[in-house]
Design a protein around this ligand. Structure first.
Ligand SMILES: Nc1nc2c(ncn2[C@@H]2O[C@H](COP(=O)(O)OP(=O)(O)OP(=O)(O)O)[C@@H](O)[C@H]2O)c(=O)[nH]1
Length: 885
C-alpha cells in the first residue's frame, strides 16, 4: 500500500506539521513525528478530520450518496453529453471548478452554470461542500485542488507536476481532500468502473454519425485539455459544451423541419475548431445563427396548392429555367405558366431540398374537404351501400343493349310507368340488394369524370363481344379502369351468336394482363347475351360478390355527399342534375352546393321519374332546385345554411374564372425542340396513328431507333385509323405528348379538342418526312422545312353527278375557307384517301374563288370522282418557312 508522509499532508493543507501530527494522534494513528508515513487510507481519514473535524467514519456516508448521484445523472443525461459518460465523474469536477472560477471572475453566481443538470448538480453539491471547507481552509487552495482531482484522474502524473507547482505526491491527496464529499474509494470506484463505462461508450458509438463524431471530438478536446496548460484547458472546456449544445439545438430544429440542414455539418466542424483555440470558435459560433437563417430562407416555403412554375421558381429563389429543366429531367414537361401538380411539387421539393408546405387557397370554398374533415372527426355509423357500376367496351359490343336489358328486366316488371327517360344512372335490385349503373356507357364519360376528380365508379364492366374479340376500345377501357384502380369484370357478350368464341376473348385479354379466374387469374369473365338475357343474373351476382370484397360502406345518418353524373337545363324545371349519393342521405329541402351551383332541393326524382323524399348512399337521384347547372363530376354537398352554400359557390366561380384567365398552355413543338437541344428532355412522348398496319410498323420501327446519347422517342400509343378524341385526351393527359399522323388527319371535334387542349398534331404523307422531323426534334437540330398551312375544311353533304365533270361534292365549309386552285385532300373516317386540287368551286351555280366557314358550296376535285357523303375536304397550301421543329 502507498504511504504518505505527515509533512506532505501538512503542506497540502497549508498547516504546520505539528498540528497534523497532533490530529493524527487524536485519531489514534501511529505517528511519531512529521516524517512519519501513514497509509493512504489513514491519510484520507486524517485529512477529513483536519478539515471537517469529523472522523473518517463520520465523513464516509457523504461520499456514498455522491457516487450514486453521479451515476444517476449519467443515466438521465441526454444522449450527446452521455456519450462522454465514462468521463462524467472526472469531467464534472474540473468543469465544476472551471465554472466556479469563471463565475467568480465574471461575477456570475453558481446558480447560472452551463446547461446540464449533471454539471449543475455537481457544481452545487461541490459548492456546498466547498463552502464548508472554505470556512476552515484557504478557499483558493481548495479551488485549485478541486480542479486537480480531475486532472489527476485523467492524466495523473503529468497534471500533477504541471498544475500543482511540482508539489508532487501531496497534491494527489490534497486534491482529494479538497472534495471531501468524495472518498478516494469512490473515486477509484469510478475509475475502476471504466471498463463498464467503456462498454457504454461502445454502445453509444452506435448512435447516429453526427453524434458519434461530436463525441469523439469532445474526447479529443478533453484529452488536449489534459495535456495542455491549464488556462487553455479551462477555456476549451467552457467552449466544448456550448458548442455541442448549439449543435444539438440545431439538429433538433433540423429534425423538426424535416430538412437537411447544412449547419449540422458545420456544427460538427466547429467542434474541431474548438481544439484550435477560443477565438476561432467564438467567431464561428457568432456566425452560426446567420447560416441557419440563410438555409431556412430557401429551405422552407409555403405555397398555394395551385401554383405555376414561374411562381414556384420565384418562391424558391431559383431561375425558372432551372425548375423547368429539373422537371424535364424527371420526364414531365411544363412551361413556365403551367400549374404544377402535387407530384411535381413533391419531386421539386425533394430535388431542391426544400420543405414545401402547401396552403390550400381553395379551402375557402372546398366544401368537400370541410365535409370529409367533419366526417373524420365524428363517429360514423357505417352501413353497406349499393355498388356503382360503369359499363365500358368497344363500339357495338353491346354496352347499351346490356344496360337496357338489365334495366328492363329488373325495372319494367311491376313498375307501372316502366322506363320513362334517360337520367344518367339507374338502380336495379338483385337478391334484395341494390346495384347502381351509370347509364352513360363509354370510357369518355368515365375518364371525363375521373379527370374532374370524381371517383364514383366502384366496379367497371368491360363488355367484349364474343364474336369480335378484343378491339382497340376494349384495350382503352381496360387501361382507363386500371388507371382508376377500379376492379374489372369482363362481360363476354353476344354468347347467343354462333360465331361466339369466348376462349379467344379470354386468350386475348390474358395477353393484356386480364386473366380469367378459371385460368388462374383474378378476373371474373361472365358469358352473357344482352339479346337473350343469358348470364345476366350471373353478372349481377358477380357484381355483388365483387362489391362484398370492396366492403362498400357509408353513413346514411350524415348530411349528403353526392357526385353529379349528368346535368342539364330543362324547360319548366330549370337546372336538373342526376347525382349518385356517395355518403349520407339526400333529402328534399336540403341546402346544397355543387361546384358553382347551389340551392334548396325542391324535389327529388328516382330513375323512373317518380318523386321521392330521400336517396341513400349508392343510390342515383335526380335533383331539382339548383341555381345553375353543375358540371358532371362535381361533388354535391349539403350545408347548413343558404348563405354558406351561396358563399361556397360564389368563391368557386371566382376561382374558376381566375383559373380560366391564366389558362395553361401546353408545351409547343418549339419548346420541345429547344428543351431537347438543351439536353433537358430525355424522352419525346408520341402517339402514332397511321392508315395501315404496314406504315404503322415501319414508323414505329424507325422511331424506336431514333435516339441520341440522352434522348429517345417514347411511343405512348400507336394505332390504325384516324386521330380520335381519345388520342387527344391521352396526349393531353401526358402534357408533353405530340400526335403524329401518317396518312390520317384530325377532323371536326378532334381538331377542336386538340386545339383547346393545346395538343400538337403533326401529320405526314411521307414516312421519310415524319422520321426526319422526329429525328430533328430528338437530335435538337432543326433544318428548314416546307410547312403546310391548313386553309380550311368542308364536310360533304351531298354528291351530285355532273356530266363530263364527274362528281361534284355539295359541301358545307366547317372551318376556314375552301379556295379554288389550292391543294386539297379527301378524308374519309379520318383517313386521307385522296390528295389533289380544287378544279371547280361554285356557290349557287356561280363560280367563286373562295367560300368561307358556314357556307355551302359545290367542289369539284381534279381527277377524283369517288367522293362520298360524310367525307371531309381539306384545303391547304405549302409555305416555305424556317423550321423550328
Ligand atoms: N346477337 C346479339 N346481338 C347483340 C347482343 N348485344 C348487342 N347486340 C347487338 O349489337 C349491336 C350493338 O349493340 P349496342 O348495344 O348498340 O352496342 P354498344 O356497345 O352500345 O354500341 P355503341 O353505343 O355504338 O358504342 C346492336 O345491333 C345489338 O342489337 C347480343 O348479346 N347478342
Amino acid at each position: 500500500m502507498d504511504k504518505v508522509r505527515i509533512t506532505e499532508i501538512a503542506k497540502e493543507l497549508g498547516m504546520k506539521n505539528k498540528e497534523i501530527v497532533d490530529k493524527a494522534v487524536d485519531l489514534g494513528l501511529d505517528v511519531k513525528g512529521h516524517s512519519s508515513s501513514i497509509s493512504t487510507e489513514d491519510a484520507e481519514k486524517l485529512m477529513n478530520y483536519v478539515l471537517s473535524g469529523e472522523t473518517a467514519q463520520a465523513s464516509k456516508p457523504s461520499p456514498q450518496p455522491k457516487a450514486p448521484e453521479i451515476k444517476k445523472v449519467e443515466v438521465v443525461e441526454t444522449p450527446p453529453p452521455v456519450v462522454e459518460k465514462p468521463k462524467v465523474p472526472e469531467v464534472a469536477a474540473p468543469k465544476t471548478k472551471t465554472l466556479k472560477e469563471k463565475e467568480l471572475e465574471t461575477g456570475h453566481t453558481a446558480q447560472t452554470p452551463p446547461q446540464k443538470e449533471l454539471v449543475e448538480n455537481t457544481v452545487s453539491d461541490v459548492a456546498e461542500d466547498k463552502a464548508d471547507t472554505v470556512d476552515k481552509v484557504d478557499p483558493t487552495n481548495v479551488q485549485k485542488r478541486r480542479g486537480l482531482v480531475i486532472v489527476k484522474k485523467k492524466r495523473p502524473e503529468v497534471k500533477e507536476v504541471e498544475v500543482e507547482v511540482r508539489q508532487s505526491p501531496s497534491s494527489f491527496y490534497g486534491s482529494r481532500e479538497s472534495t471531501p464529499s468524495r472518498s478516494m474509494e469512490s473515486m477509484f470506484a469510478t475509475s475502476n468502473s471504466a471498463s463498464e463505462l467503456q462498454k457504454k461508450k461502445k454502445k453509444l458509438k452506435k448512435i447516429p454519425a453526427e453524434k458519434k463524431s461530436t463525441t469523439e471530438k469532445l474526447d479529443i478536446a478533453l484529452n488536449i485539455e489534459m495535456a495542455d496548460n491549464r488556462i487553455d484547458t479551462e477555456e476549451e472546456d467552457m467552449i466544448v459544451l456550448p458548442d455541442l449544445n448549439v449543435g444539438l439545438l440545431v439538429n433538433e430544429e433540423a429534425k423538426k423541419k424535416k430538412q437537411i440542414d447544412p449547419s449540422q455539418i458545420r456544427t460538427t466542424k466547429k467542434t474541431n475548431f474548438v481544439m484550435q483555440g477560443i477565438q476561432r470558435v467564438g467567431r464561428k459560433r457568432r456566425r452560426r445563427p446567420v447560416q441557419v437563417q440563410e438555409s431556412e430562407a430557401i429551405s422552407a416555403i409555403e405555397i398555394p396548392e395551385e401554383i405555376r412554375v414561374y411562381e414556384f421558381a420565384e418562391k424558391i429563389n431559383k431561375p425558372v429555367s432551372e425548375v423547368i429543366k429539373e422537371l424535364f429531367s424527371l420526364g414531365v414537361m411544363f412551361t413556365k405558366n403551367d400549374f404544377l401538380d402535387k407530384d411535381s411539387i413533391e419531386i421539386l421539393a425533394e430535388t431542391f431540398g426544400i420543405n414545401v408546405t402547401t396552403v390550400n387557397d381553395q379551402e375557402a370554398f372546398d366544401y368537400v374537404k370541410a365535409y370529409d374533415d367533419e366526417g373524420e372527426a365524428s363517429d360514423q355509423i357505417l352501413v353497406e351501400r349499393a355498388p356503382v357500376i360503369t359499363i365500358m367496351g368497344h363500339v357495338d359490343h353491346g354496352k347499351t343493349s346490356l344496360l337496357d336489358y338489365i334495366r328492363s328486366a329488373k325495372v319494367a316488371a311491376g313498375e307501372a310507368g316502366g322506363i320513362t327517360q334517360h337520367v344518367g344512372a339507374y338502380m336495379v335490385e338483385k337478391n334484395g340488394r341494390n346495384i347502381t349503373f351509370i347509364d352513360t356507357p363509354g370510357h369518355e364519360a368515365f375518364t371525363e369524370m375521373r379527370s374532374r376528380g370524381a371517383k364514383v365508379t366502384d366496379i367497371v364492366i368491360v363488355v367484349v363481344a364474343a364474336d369480335d374479340g378484343v378491339k382497340p376500345q376494349t384495350k382503352e377501357a381496360i387501361e382507363h379502369a386500371k388507371a382508376a384502380n377500379v376492379p374489372i369484370i369482363i362481360a363476354v357478350n353476344k354468347m347467343d351468336k354462333e360465331a361466339a368464341n369466348p376462349d379467344l376473348v379470354k386468350a386475348q385479354l390474358a395477353e393484356l394482363g386480364i386473366t380469367p379466374v378459371d385460368w388462374g387469374g383474378e378476373h371474373e369473365f361472365v358469358p352473357v347475351s344482352a339479346k337473350t338475357g343469358m348470364g345476366i343474373e350471373d353478372l349481377l351476382e358477380t357484381i355483388l360478390l365483387q362489391a362484398d370484397l370492396l366492403e362498400l360502406k357509408a353513413d346514411p345518418s350524415r348530411e349528403v355527399k353526392a357526385t353529379v353524373i349528368e346535368s342539364s337545363l330543362e324547360k319548366g324545371r330549370g337546372p336538373v342534375a342526376t347525382v349518385v349519393v356517395e355518403d349520407g342521405t339526400m333529402r328534399v329541402g336540403d341546402i346544397v352546393v355543387a361546384g358553382v351551383a347551389f340551392g334548396k332541393v325542391k324535389a327529388l326524382l328516382d330513375d323512373l321519374g317518380r318523386s321521392v323524399k330521400e336517396a341513400l348512399p349508392g343510390e342515383p337521384v335526380v335533383v331539382l332546385g339548383l341555381s345553375e347547372v353543375p358540371g358532371a363530376g362535381d361533388t354535391l354537398i349539403s350545408v347548413k345554411t343558404d348563405k354558406i352554400a351561396r358563399e361556397y359557390a360564389k368563391k368557386k366561380a371566382e376561382y374558376l374564372r381566375q383559373k380560366e384567365l391564366s389558362k395553361t398552355t401546353k408545351v409547343s413543338l418549339d419548346d420541345l425542340s429547344a428543351m431537347i437541344a438543351e439536353g433537358a428532355l430525355k424522352t419525346l412522348p408520341v402517339i402514332i396513328k397511321a392508315d395501315v398496319q404496314g406504315s404503322l410498323e415501319a414508323i414505329k420501327g424507325s422511331l424506336e431507333k431514333i435516339r441520341n446519347s440522352e434522348t429517345k422517342v417514347n411511343i405512348v400509343s400507336a394505332g390504325i385509323g384516324g386521330i380520335t378524341e381519345s388520342d387527344v385526351a391521352i396526349a393531353s393527359a401526358s402534357s408533353d405528348c405530340i400526335i403524329l399522323g401518317f396518312h390520317v388527319r384530325p377532323t371536326g371535334v378532334v381538331k377542336e379538342k386538340a386545339k383547346s387542349a393545346g395538343v400538337e398534331i403533326k401529320t405526314y404523307n411521307i414516312i421519310y418526312d415524319l422520321i426526319d422531323d422526329v429525328t430533328n426534334i430528338v437530335t435538337g437540330l432543326m433544318a428548314p422545312v416546307i410547312r403546310e398551312e391548313n386553309i380550311g375544311q368542308a364536310m360533304v353533304r351531298e354528291v351530285f353527278p355532273v356530266p363530263k365533270l364527274g362528281h361534284i361534292a355539295g359541301c358545307i365549309v366547317t372551318d376556314g375557307t375552301i379556295n379554288r386552285g389550292v391543294k386539297i385532300r379527301v378524308i374519309r373516317d379520318g383517313v386521307i384517301i385522296y390528295e389533289g386540287s380544287v378544279s371547280s368551286l361554285k356557290r349557287f351555280k356561280e363560280d367563286v374563288k373562295e367560300v368561307g366557314k358556314g357556307f355551302e358550296c359545290g367542289v369539284g376535285i381534279t381527277g377524283y370522282t369517288d367522293i362520298k357523303v360524310g367525307d371531309y375536304i381539306e384545303s391547304f397550301k405549302e409555305v416555305e418557312e424556317k423550321a423550328k421543329l
